[in-house]
Design a protein around this ligand. Sequence first.
Ligand SMILES: [Zn+2]
Length: 279
Amino acid sequence: MQLGDLELHLLVTDHWKADGGLMFGVVPKVLWEKHKPPDANNMIDCACVCLIARINGRVIVCETGIGNKLSEKRARQVALREPEDILHHLRRLGIRADEVDAVVTTHLHWDHAGGLTRRNEMGKLELTFPNARHFVQRTEWDFALHPDVRSATGYVIDDFTPLADGHQAVEFLDGDAEVLPGVHIRHVGGHTPGSQILILQSGEFGCAVTGDLVCQTPHLRVPWNMAADIEPLRVFEHKARLFEEAEKHRWLLVLSHETDQPAGYLEEGGRWRPEPRLM
Ligand SMILES: [Zn+2]
């Protein structure tokens, strides 16, 4: 769909499952299960939602999903199914991997950064987008290399270290930045130290990719957050700010793991109005 000068496409690269407790933290199950019914193992359906944008002749990819490097064991644990190659999706849009100018990943967890690198037919690790500038908060990079004991399982170094080792594909950010005209990155932290959201703007139009600040539609309630967040109070603060702006300026929101119409608008009173044109 077109929003001002922004051409937007949504891609769902992966369908998988996550533990309901992981997704909703201290929110009582009797409340969240009405919105996201769990299976017999308490797992709920998740998607990996990626946004492809063209703005001023540049191609931007935000979020890259799980990618093709997950071990069989891990893939089974998360019930990964229908993994679709992001490059395959791009080809359908007439975009080659080497034509992507900028890649933004909201943080470096395996389910967001997995697609930054890939195994080619020879089994060799390579960058998925060889000519792109990859924007990452320096705090996220440092934490991903030296995570605390609880966060360690969230990071896979093959996902991101090749961007810096042997390539100069990564650009470290220290906080908020406008990395290309109309392409704003906001450091929010909370979920991980260097979590960031992408805000694309064209005139009066705007679109925000929330990352795990807002995973699914039930997380549109400010205090409903993930157990994995390292700083929940910071999550609440940035969510409240984003919701206020999104409602006021009618920004299109793209939620990281929603399976059912993951893009939409927040209306008065916090009501969600999905935007079907993006699917
Ligand atoms: Zn995630």
